[in-house]
Design a protein around this ligand. Structure first.
Ligand code: SF4
Ligand code: SF4
Length: 445
């Protein structure tokens, strides 16, 4: 917390003013936050990342996956886990201040509260202070209430189909599990952004504690550097403390758990000290030694500062490639064919031999498909799949048994290898199943 009240003021030696800083982090952070907010909204609404719990489905990059599609889920989860750890190791808590929805909406809520207060005080100056405070609070809570409905909608649509949610919202559904969940999330969101805000980051959120475990001597920090005695440059203006939304004084230590590395105190100090002809005293730095922005090779400036980071990048690349391969190999129509060997073969009245097969078809896409089966390398074979082709609706699973019928041909043996080709409409290549056809012993030429 602030220590400005107890520190003696250092006499200010004025020098000619410096030009304003070329780079301010606050506007950069706000632009980045806007992009992250748009991504947060787009992910569930465009099916880029969403878990549909009632439908037992997972959406990733518009691919509709079944919860049991393990390879894709495994690579996706491992990639996300390593990404979170890598960001914490490389860039400290930059995620918290630049990208986390909790921080974006907490700062937005605080900004709305301040602007509402100012607006009411300016426009309704004739009212008494108590009336103005009450009116400002009512307007603020109304705005946060409306925003909470929208945010709860976006958040819940990570888990429930958005169109289904709209229907529930239109009917004010607070009776079904989905409706009750939506109402509860709205209430929690309102409480969070009206009252809790950044206190959530320092009390509940585990990311800050995780950061303390993961960071090392090269992790990005916000650091205060000043001389001592006559060389001391800080003018004790306290602006870096007042601007800090987390309520800390960065001059005490760069390792305070509350610090989210937002850089607002850097901007504040630059703006104050440059007016008296000095550069700011607070900086981003790679550990305590190297200021960010120092003349270094590009990979160091991007945070790739040692072999450990290179290894983590390789692991991340591995999981990303695995995810890409798993997604590219995925078929929207999954066909499984297995022989039913409860009876090895059946003799038909017309002298042909029948082998029994079992087929399962899962349509994991959003449009109906038709699956046609053909036999290959089994001369004169007939399949009794009925109907053929089989029509399968979106998200439908079908299971059938059918016979493969054939006569022995010159050169056939008791066990004959052949292929079944399952060709789904919309798919360019058939799925191929290597099978065996069994004739009775001595029943072939
Ligand atoms: S100390 Fe500075 S960087 Fe850390 S949270 Fe406060 S304003 Fe942001
Ligand atoms: S803003 Fe800079 S000069 Fe002012 S108190 Fe903070 S560190 Fe010192």
């Amino acid at each position: 917390m602030s220590t400005t009240a107890t520190k003696p003021r250092t006499p200010i030696r004025r020098l000619p003013p410096l030009p304003p800083p070329e780079k301010l982090y606050h506007p950069l952070r706000k632009r980045f936050q806007l992009v992250c907010f748009l991504i947060f909204v787009a992910l569930p609404l465009l099916d880029l990342m969403r878990v549909d719990i009632p439908g037992k489905r997972f959406y990733l990059a518009r691919f509709e996956l079944e919860i049991n599609e393990f390879a894709i889920l495994f690579f996706a989860l491992m990639f996300m886990m390593f990404l979170i750890a890598a960001v914490a190791l490389f860039y400290g808590r930059l995620y918290c201040s630049y990208a986390c929805p909790q921080m974006i909406f907490s700062e937005w809520s605080r900004g709305v509260q301040n602007r509402t207060r100012k607006w009411v005080n300016k426009r309704l100056a004739s009212l008494g202070p108590a009336a103005r405070a009450t009116l400002a609070a009512v307007i603020f809570y109304a705005v946060v209430g409306i925003a909470s409905v929208f945010l709860a909608f976006v958040f819940t649509s990570y888990f429930v189909e958005p169109r289904d949610l709209v229907r529930r919202l239109m009917h004010f559904d607070i009776q079904t599990a989905g409706g009750i969940t939506g109402a509860a999330v709205t209430a929690i969101t309102f409480f969070d952004f009206a009252f809790l805000r950044q206190r959530f980051c320092t009390t509940v959120c585990p990311y800050g504690y995780l950061q303390g475990v993961i960071q090392d001597k090269q992790t990005l920090l916000v650091i205060y550097r000043d001389g001592t005695g006559d060389q001391k440059m800080c003018i004790e203006c306290g602006k870096c403390v007042r601007i800090c939304e987390m309520g800390i004084d960065i001059r005490n230590s760069p390792y305070q758990i509350e610090c989210v590395h937002c850089g607002d105190c850097i901007d504040a100090c630059e703006q104050v000290l440059r007016r008296v002809g000095r550069p700011g005293l607070i900086h981003y730095a790679w550990g305590e030694q190297t200021l960010a922005g120092a003349a270094e090779p590009w990979h160091k400036r991007w945070g790739f500062r040692d072999a450990k980071r290179a290894v983590i990048l390789c692991v991340l690349t591995f999981y990303l490639c695995g995810l890409g391969v798993a997604l590219s190999m995925r078929r929207p129509v999954l066909v499984q064919i297995t022989p039913d060997r409860s009876v090895l073969f059946k003799k038909l009245d017309d002298g042909r031999i029948a082998n029994l097969m079992r087929i399962k078809i899962a349509n994991r896409g959003r449009s109906p498909v038709e699956v046609r089966l053909t036999a290959d390398r089994l001369p004169g074979a007939e399949l009794t799949l009925d109907p053929d082709p089989v029509a399968v609706g979106p998200n439908q699973h079908i299971e059938r048994t059918f016979e493969v019928r054939a006569r022995p041909w010159p050169g056939s043996s008791q066990i004959n290898h052949f292929r079944l080709l399952a060709e789904a409409s919309h798919e360019s290549s058939p799925q191929i199943f290597e099978m065996t056809f069994i004739f009775p012993e001595g029943d072939h030429p």
